[in-house]
Design a binder for this molecule. Structure first.
Ligand SMILES: [Zn+2]
Length: 147
């Protein structure tokens, strides 16, 4: 009997950034239906409004909603995506050092018998690692090294 097992533990953490976007179009009839395709074209989608929401999962002050209406909405959206890519790149390259553990976190780390990521026990040969968020520096728990 085959068993399925979850192994991609790195996917347990939410992605740091998500962009949700929508484009609204008008349907414009096409007068000249002749073309070289085997398809008859009746109407064309003409974009007129774009809106997107950038969701940041570690700092909601970075999240934002932006709508735009106009004939140049697709060009506007492409420029917005280029700007968002620069914002995301900044946070991906900036690694915030881990904050100092408080008394309770230190006790939990030294007494941890189970890895908080893979939920498997630590063996005496395992090196315990202080898993933390590289975007915020917040400690998450004791983990196997390299998970
Ligand atoms: Zn583990």
């Amino acid at each position: 009997m085959k068993k399925m097992k979850f192994k991609n533990y790195k996917y347990k953490e939410p992605v740091p950034f998500t962009v949700y976007a929508d484009i609204e179009c008008m349907l414009k009839p096409i007068a000249d239906k002749s073309n070289s395709l085997n398809t008859t074209l009746y109407q064309r989608h003409v974009p007129h409004t774009v809106a997107y929401y950038l969701q940041c999962n570690f700092d909601d002050s970075i999240s934002k909603f932006r709508p735009y209406r106009g004939k140049d909405c697709v060009e506007w959206f492409m420029n917005q995506l280029k700007e968002l890519a620069q914002v995301v790149e900044f946070y991906l390259k900036r690694i915030v050092p881990m904050e100092s553990l408080n008394f309770k976190q230190r006790n939990e780390f030294y007494s941890a018998k189970i890895c908080h990521v893979c939920e498997k026990p630590f063996t005496p040969q395992d090196a315990k690692h202080r898993d933390h968020c590289h975007f915020t520096g917040k400690y998450r728990g004791a983990a196997h090294q390299g998970v």
